[in-house]
Design a protein around this ligand. Sequence first.
Ligand SMILES: [Fe+2]
Ligand SMILES: [Fe+2]
Length: 309
Amino acid sequence: MAFDFDEMLQTVKDKQWSLADIDWDAPGAETMTDELRIKMQPFLADLVWIEHVGARGFASLATKAPTPVIREIYEYFHAEEQKHANAELALMKRWGMLDAEGNVPEPNINVKLAIRTLDTFGDTLPLSGLATLIPLLECALDGALVKFLLDEVEDPVCHEVFRHINSDEARHIAVDFQVLELIGAGPLVKLLIESASNLKPQVVLGLIVVFVPLINKMRDNIVAMGLSEQKLYSAVKRFKTIGSRGEFTGRIPAYHVLKAQAGMVIDRSHPYHRLLADPLVKVTGLIPARLLGKPQSWTEEITHEPVAS
Ligand SMILES: [Fe+2]
Ligand SMILES: [Fe+2]
């Protein structure tokens, strides 16, 4: 039976929540020890910005949505990812992880590159390519990183916030893969033509240089925090598992490319890591942060103030 996008849109509307629903001064903040604070601060800063990578992705998807209802769903998702970023920022404030002015911390260089790339190419990427990339990023980053956080942090306010965020994310993933089904069920000729335009060398190269080291960099961070990378790999595996349940997703060329990449990501013995991903983390790490400037267009939209929804 075809997926009911109208019903999903209604559910998305019904499940809206805001930062004002959370009691940010409730007890529990003291569970954040100094040791944990030092460990989690850079991790959370990256997470805040990864939400913005998702937000930017949904903004681009909304401009090329296959139906008006899906466009509206994407617009909600765009706002939800921003809300996640702001809620995570409010948690950072609660835990004393922001400076005196409440400044937004800078993301790592690979996250910065991802934001810049989506800003530059996001709107020009074909629907099938972007619609495939977003669920991979959502499974690998949004989904996995949140699990690490919940395992490490006891604060009940954090768990309350992430109950909302995870419920949003479950809908994101469901829609992401249902849209792939819809695209995959379309005429094959259209998919192939679209994919051929996807293969412009500068775009493919740009995506590799940006998104390959992004996942490996987060893996390095996870290992540096003394956590097991297996959770990240199980999250990446979900991309293959959910995608393969679909009847038509397998007709999308971009899905096969990213599924192959996901397969290499979860196999640490694969030469992919030694020859491509790990060197790219090193090379991109050499880019001076100031060259990329501040993560540009959303700086004004990011705030820990509970009034922002
Ligand atoms: Fe999110
Ligand atoms: Fe998401």
